[in-house]
Design a binder for this molecule. Structure first.
Ligand code: NAI
Ligand code: 15L
Length: 268
């Protein structure tokens, strides 16, 4: 277990798929984990935990939520493609509320759960890095681009440092062909978050969150200072995944890095 290094660490999205994992796995990073979500969370607060129900779209509530924390792991929000109106409050207003509250309460480090959908319209035969122009594949991907820009602005203007993790697909195992490239194991995700929290002088760093998969679409050279060394790979799951019938070669899941998100909508 990591030696506690923060007094109080805030985790948003704590009732979600990744939040439930991180609730356990980030315990060693702080004396007290403050866990927040709009949805109910089970179990209730245990030792060294605080549970706060909060809608990210509610500015006053987010300001109260952030008071007294030393760092923020921001994983809350809408996590798949929806109408712009559904994404606006949790993801666009929500990320502003988080950074503005961080400024007011003197929080100096944020980990932002960004997404591969910021670049999802690149094709699967292209290799890109963190300086490649973004190509969002969805309103959801656009909201993550906005979150990254919010992080950049709050560093340049107020010195609040962020590591934006462009998470690929973080699930127990890869379950389709695309995920053989995008999969991020939970252990590798936790490594990225810990390095993001404790590496000095990160400014605003964008890092791709993928395990040591073959092939690699994403070059992490611009995040080398984090020292991220993925330990897992999708390779042991390849035979199981490839035993599934293959989608047609022109299916978006086989063409675009963002897969099916590139074909979602319209929502009218
Ligand atoms: P999830 O949907 O399971 O969790 C998101 C949590 O945010 C939910 O518990 C939900 O109740 C909460 N939430 C939604 N609207 C809210 C609001 N208005 N106020 C407060 N909380 C709200 O998603 P998951 O998979 O756990 O992802 C966590 C984060 O990581 C998300 O930000 C997602 O965009 C990002 N991400 C996840 C990836 C993955 O592979 N799981 C890939 C790329 C990014
Ligand atoms: C994401 O950004 C989503 O939050 C997650 O549910 C997956 O769809 C993932 O991307 C992915 O691209 O596999």
């Amino acid at each position: 277990m990591t030696t506690p290094r923060f007094n109080r660490l805030l985790l948003t999205g704590a009732a979600g798929g990744l939040g439930t994992i991180l609730r356990e796995r980030l315990k060693g990073c702080a004396e007290i984990l403050r866990l927040s979500d709009i949805s109910p969370m089970a179990p209730a607060a245990g030792p060294h935990e605080e549970v706060v129900t909060c809608d990210l779209a509610d500015k006053a509530a987010v300001h109260e939520l952030v008071a007294g924390v030393d760092a923020i792991v921001h994983f809350g929000g809408v996590s798949t493609e929806h109408s712009f109106e559904a994404i606006l409050g949790p993801n666009i207003c929500g990320v502003f509320h988080i950074y503005e509250a961080a400024r007011k309460h003197g929080v100096k480090r944020v980990i932002f759960a960004s997404s591969n959908h910021t670049i999802g319209f690149y094709r699967q035969d292209e290799r890109i890095d963190a300086h490649s122009p973004r190509r969002p594949d969805s309103y959801y991907g656009l909201s993550k681009c906005y979150g990254e820009d919010m992080a950049s602005f709050y560093f340049d203007r107020y010195g609040i440092e962020t590591v934006s993790i462009r998470i690929g697909s973080s699930f127990p195992e890869p379950n389709n062909r695309r995920m053989l490239c995008t999969w991020l194991s939970y252990d590798d995700l936790v490594q990225l978050i810990e390095r993001g929290l404790f590496t000095p002088d990160v400014g605003h760093t964008i890092v791709y969150g993928a395990s040591d998969n073959t092939p690699q679409w994403w070059d992490n050279r611009h995040a080398a200072h984090l020292g991220y060394t993925p330990k897992d790979s999708s390779e042991p799951f390849r035979a199981k995944v490839e035993a599934q019938p293959a989608p047609p070669a022109d299916d978006p899941s086989m063409v675009y890095q963002g897969g099916a998100f590139a074909a979602a909508g319209p929502f009218d």
